[in-house]
Design a binder for this molecule. Structure first.
Ligand code: FES
Length: 151
């Protein structure tokens, strides 16, 4: 299997990965980073959202070898229980989770938005998160959490 060098959460790593492997597969199965979730596997639900060079991206449709040389950030690199990222803290405060499966992708997408636009309108927040699906229907709490993080 070809070797692949990546920078994940500010750490240089080398893994073996097939040419067909997705970035999501490598993050979860080779590096044990379970922040990005496997939802649809088709780039349509947002559960697998990570940052590639600071831009939110769907890791289930990115070839792992295409991410060589890029800076990958997963939820684990955003904040920790000891020092939450403001978006993580706001999601907790707003109790924005129901089953929680979509949440990691939501947090990564929302944090990317706030990094670009610290005070987005509700309309902007809704537009930004429109591609991140929540089957429990907690969108009201999720939008409130992002507004809380932006305040
Ligand atoms: Fe990647 Fe759904 S699992 S977008």
């Amino acid at each position: 299997m070809p070797e692949l060098s990546l920078t994940v959460n500010a750490r240089a790593v080398v893994v073996d990965a097939t040419r067909e492997a997705t970035l999501l597969h490598v993050l979860r199965n080779e590096l044990g980073l379970n922040g990005p979730k496997y939802g649809c596997g088709l780039g349509q639900c947002g559960a697998c959202t990570v940052w590639v060079d600071g831009v939110a991206a769907r890791s289930c449709v990115i070839p792992a070898h295409g991410a060589a040389g890029r800076k990958i950030t997963t939820l684990e690199g955003l904040g920790t229980r000891a020092a939450w990222h403001p978006v993580q803290a706001a999601f907790e405060e707003a109790q924005a989770a129901q089953c929680g499966y979509c949440l990691n992708g939501m947090v990564m997408q929302a944090a990317a938005l706030l990094a670009r636009e610290p005070h987005p309108s509700e309309e902007r927040i809704r537009a930004e998160l429109s591609g991140n699906l929540c089957r429990c229907g907690t969108h009201v709490e999720i939008v409130r959490a992002v507004q809380l993080a932006a305040s």
